[in-house]
Structure formats: C-alpha cells, structure tokens
Ligand binder design. Sequence first.
Ligand code: TYD
Length: 167
Amino acid sequence: MEEAVLVLIKPDALQKNLTGDILSRISSTGLEIIGAKVVKVSRELAETHYAHLRDKPFFEDVIDYICGKQHGRNKVIALVYYGEDAISKLRALAGKTNPEEADPTTIRGAYGRITTKGVYENVVHVSDSPENAEKEIKLWFSPEELIIDLYPTRTQVEGSRVHKVWA
Ligand code: TYD
C-alpha cells in the first residue's frame, strides 16, 4: 500500500552531523521525498506531537530534547516520505525506540544513546501507523508544503491571501 510517513531528524543528529548519512540510508529504500524543511520547534508543537506521552515520567525531558535544549540549537529537519509500505520500511531502518535494544545496523542502533538521566536520544522520529502519520504530517506541514495532495483540504481567505489548509 502506498502511504506517507513523517520523519524528524532530531537535534542530537543535527549536532552530530548525521543528516547526510540518515538521508542516504533513507534514499536506499527508493521512497519518494514529498516535503522537507528545517523547523524551530515550539513547546506547543512538541507537546502536541508527544501528547500520547503526557503521563510518562520522562515527558518533560523528551519535550526539552526535541526542542534542542541539550543539543545547542532549537531545530529539527522534518521530512515527508511517500511510497509502498513507507512506514514499515522506515521504522525498520530507524530501529527500536530504545537505542540499546536497536540492532546496531539501524540508525538508532548505530547513533543513539541513553543519557545518564535515562532519556533515549534516538536520533530520528518515524511515524508508527498510517493514523499517526496523518496526524503528524498535518501537525508539521501545511498542504502547500507537500508536492502530493495527501489528505482533503479547504480554502482559507486571510485578507488578500488565499491558501489551503487541512479540512
Ligand atoms: P514513543 O512514541 O514511544 O517511541 P517512537 O519514537 O519509537 O515512536 O516515544 C517517543 C520518544 O520518547 C522516543 O523516541 C524516545 C522517548 N522515550 C524515552 O526517552 N524513554 C522511554 O522509555 C520511551 C518509551 C520513549
């Protein structure tokens, strides 16, 4: 099944100059890139993205991590890939959530670490289901930032500006 998936190259990966390696590993899947940008992550965006972890003891640390608090600058690279079985292909490439349990040939196994506080610095985010991919892509991207019409949109008029938003 052709599907879309959100990938985030997290602040630890950017600080360690891993972007090129991550992108070339992803290229090997043959999936198509349909959106890409650098994002300064607001606390609100981080909290919405990780809303499912709100009750976990590590929630605050994960929010600080994705906002770049431990890695010098507040930025991530956000990408949308599209193609056959995109989610399972990219989850396999990323490896397990816990970098110590991830196969060493995966991105997280090769480059991730667990901090002394117990936070998983695991280099990349990859959506884990079509439902979450849709939610996450709509959160991180506007329709006009993607080169494929993935989900229904509507037209919004703001003064003289007409643009598309997610329906
Ligand atoms: P989660 O959504 O469960 O995993 P994944 O990123 O593989 O979809 O968790 C989100 C992030 O929270 C995860 O990438 C790293 C961090 N995390 C921890 O620091 N400790 C933990 O015990 C878990 C489960 C996650």
